[in-house]
Design a protein around this ligand. Structure first.
Ligand code: NAP
Ligand code: ZN
Ligand code: ZN
Length: 345
């Protein structure tokens, strides 16, 4: 089956219209007419081959919401007309312990990513959500309450779960002094979850113009860390910092803001290695950790939590041809706070 998509053909040229082939519907597959696709900074890293593993042409997009328009003969979890989501992966080994526990994101075999991944035995790479239609195994799709505001749901499939998961893992809640480093797509979701879980939330940002937004998102404090006095006032004050920054930055500077026995949790994935001083953990018995998206089980839990608590991403809607401008704006730190492509336009 052929479908319209937007693809990058090399690391430096703009994305352009392209026709891609989707696999035929298997017995366990559902076909989605894609309605919305969020734009994650990971899309940009991979389009520009900043992680060094890109196969061209690449069709990004792993924050996908669509309507089920066809189902395979053995599908049991979806019916025609349902709303389903697809996040960052579409298959995994299915046998290892993480897979059995619903943490396929940590699969010890092979994860098939939603795009830029070549499944075992296949000749074509996977293609993501910057397209009109896709086919996915029902086990790797997520149920979405049709009453939700669907365009604002799409970013939950990556930005949402990537921040929800570590905050849950580390029991962030009442009494936690949480700092969210970087107020972008991931960061603004981390603020919303942190506030919803009852934490005292500080936004650590390099952008003075986000101060009012941070407070409107529910944060209790905003720190422009470029301002020396404001940054110094944070030394030794947080229980957990969730680092969502997409570009090179001085980790040790922020480690110093952590209390004794506290944690730095990395989710941002800059393309360059970070310099790290052992002193920044030894002195106050701090820990350095990281987290990668979330599995199907927790992603469904997060979507249900968002439906119950009416938690959505703040989005700016675009059409497919506007994707290159959206990338430029993201690289200039000019998005509030997630671009979402409307694929019905
Ligand atoms: P984004 O919307 O572009 O936000 C990134 C934020 O980082 C910006 O809003 C900005 O916050 C800060 N920032 C950007 N450039 C900076 C610079 N040069 N110096 C200091 N701060 C800078 O990106 P995103 O979609 O949230 O993604 C963030 C990162 O997470 C990316 O690296 C992405 O690949 C990664 N990611 C990881 C996972 C995972 O599973 N671990 C999942 C999804 C994404 P301020 O203006 O507030 O300073
Ligand atoms: Zn992502
Ligand atoms: Zn596995």
């Amino acid at each position: 089956m052929q479908t319209l998509a937007y693809a990058a053909f090399d690391a430096n040229s703009p994305l352009k219209e392209h026709t891609i082939e989707r696999r035929e519907l298997g017995v366990k597959d559902i076909q989605l007419e894609i309605m919305y696709s969020g734009v994650c900074h990971s899309d940009i890293h991979q389009v520009k081959n900043e992680w060094g593993a890109t196969t061209y042409p690449i069709v990004p997009g792993h924050e996908i919401v669509g309507k089920v328009v066809a189902i395979g003969s053995e599908v049991t979890n979806y019916k025609l007309g349902d709303i389903a989501g697809v996040g960052c992966f579409v298959d995994s080994c299915r046998h290892c312990n993480p897979c059995k526990e619903g943490e396929e994101n940590f699969c010890e075999g092979a994860v098939t990513w939603t795009y830029n991944s070549i499944p075992a035995g296949a000749s074509m790479p996977t293609y993501g959500g910057y397209s009109k239609s896709m086919v996915v195994d029902e086990l790797y799709a997520l149920h979405i309450d049709p009453k939700m505001d669907l365009s604002r749901v799409a970013p939950l499939l990556c930005a949402g779960i990537t921040t929800y998961s570590p905050l849950r893992h580390w029991n962030v809640g009442k009494g936690t002094k949480l700092a969210v480093l970087g107020l972008g797509g991931l960061g603004h979701m981390a603020v919303k979850f942190g506030v919803s879980f009852g934490a005292d939330v500080t936004v650590l940002s390099s952008s003075e113009n986000k101060r009012a937004d941070a407070m409107a998102l529910g944060a209790h404090h905003f720190v422009n860390y470029k301002n020396e006095a404001e940054a110094n006032a944070c030394i030794n004050s947080f229980d957990l910092i969730l680092d969502t920054v997409s570009a090179e930055h001085d980790l040790n500077f922020f480690m110093n803001m952590l209390k004794r026995d506290s944690k730095m949790v990395l989710v941002g994935l800059p393309s360059v290695p970070t310099e790290f001083s052992h002193r920044s953990v030894i002195g106050r018995r701090r820990s350095l950790s990281g987290s990668s998206i979330g599995g199907t089980k927790e992603t469904q839990e997060m979507l249900d939590y968002c439906a119950e608590h009416q938690i959505y991403s703040d989005v700016e809607m675009i059409t497919l041809p506007e994707i290159n401008t959206a990338y430029e704006r993201m690289l200039n730190n000019d998005v509030k706070y997630r671009f979402v492509i409307d694929l019905m336009k």
